[in-house]
Write a protein that binds this ligand. Sequence first.
Ligand code: CA
Length: 234
Amino acid sequence: MTVPGVSADRSPRDGRPARVLIVEDDAGIATQLARGLQIAGYETSSLGAGRDVPGCPAADVVLLDLGLPDVDGIEVCRQLRARSDVAIIVVTARGEEADRVRALDEGADDYLVKPFGVAELLARIRAVLRRRRSHDDEVLRCGDLAVDVRACKVTLKGREIAVTPKEFGILECLASDPGRVVSRQDILDQAWDAHWYGPMKGLDVHIAALRKKLGEPKIIETVYGRGFRLADPR
Ligand code: CA
């Protein structure tokens, strides 16, 4: 729930108020955190144990206690990071350097030692969302297809697809404006050297290879006489 009339930080995914999942077995602390976050305009949900976290509905930020009754928080952090790029802030009484290092190495974005003030927690949430947002600007998305321009990485439904530099260039070109027809010459100009006037047959070979690698040939539509278009693979 959120408190009406308060403007929250927005989710980098869909522009809605950001969603915070609180993983905390101390009901008093969980309630207090939820209240502070809701007053600041965030949507919250809570879990009192670690086992349900990896399958939990999408959140933008997870506040993760390490001392959980069933699974150690570090293990939860590891499992969560293996399947999601959600922002994870560890919120714990364990303040040892070794704990901080382990949590950060297992994928936590930030680490906050109890007790802390709500203002600091909110500032840290804003900071991780800001970092996510600037990172997301470099990821072109079309349905389940993500083209990470910074890391030169292509994933489909979370599965990484190994592509050649030219194939990556073609996908980057198409994914920069999904649904728009991109002419063969435009693709060649952007993915090959600019002003490339050679035969265009090479492009078809690369497109065919890409369709095969993606496993869903319909993602790249041929628009006869005009070029290619990226279709929503869902
Ligand atoms: Ca605890």
